[in-house]
Design a protein around this ligand. Sequence first.
Ligand code: DC
Length: 229
Amino acid sequence: MIAQPSMIITIDGPSSSGKSTIGQKLAHKIGYHYLDTGCLYRALTVATLQRDIPVTDTHAIIKLATEIDITVQISKMEDGRQYTVLINSTDVTWDLRSSNTDTNVALIATIPGVRQILTEQMRSIADGVSIVMVGRDIGTVVVPEAPLKFYLDASIDERARRRHKENIANGQKSDYQEILSNLQARDRIDTQRESAPLRKPTSAHIIDTTSMKPMSVLNAILMIFHDSM
Ligand code: DC
């Protein structure tokens, strides 16, 4: 049998636009690997906070990024997680979504030295495999050569509502207003940072998911995927 060449599908978009839900379902449906790249920035944020490194100490955070070992694994736990993330073999999966991580991750993701290290890690995870990668700069910076790109968007109220619902479903404490202002702050930082800001990649298929059910978004993407093959 002739081996299929590896293929990368990128899904970018703002926080809680549905990227990770859709990305994971898509990968499962078409038998691709899946990587939520935000989990690498979140893992580094968890490690920074655990060590009481001030989030303004860019030098120490870049050094930390070179020292720690972040591993993303397929989940074997039945507790609602999409994947398992280890920092130096310790499971930090649920810390990735804490409100302290939420508050600080966008700032850490503005540091160019951090982006360089984590971008390399993303590229090496994607090397030689067929994969769906979701994030902010995947189609623009991490793998601009990817042949199929999507950009998912949704109104900020809808995104806050989704995150609130997700927290409650996971048994976590949740405050809608806090989530909303957190999202506003993160959108501002993600779109205005100098290094790899959130942008719609040229040639991306843009989908506004505000009033769409996840299944409709998935079907729209699957149709484009099959048309492109
Ligand atoms: O998708 P998320 O909310 O888990 O992402 C967390 C943060 O990481 C978010 O503020 C933006 C940043 N991020 C990024 O800058 N580039 C990526 N490829 C993925 C995430």
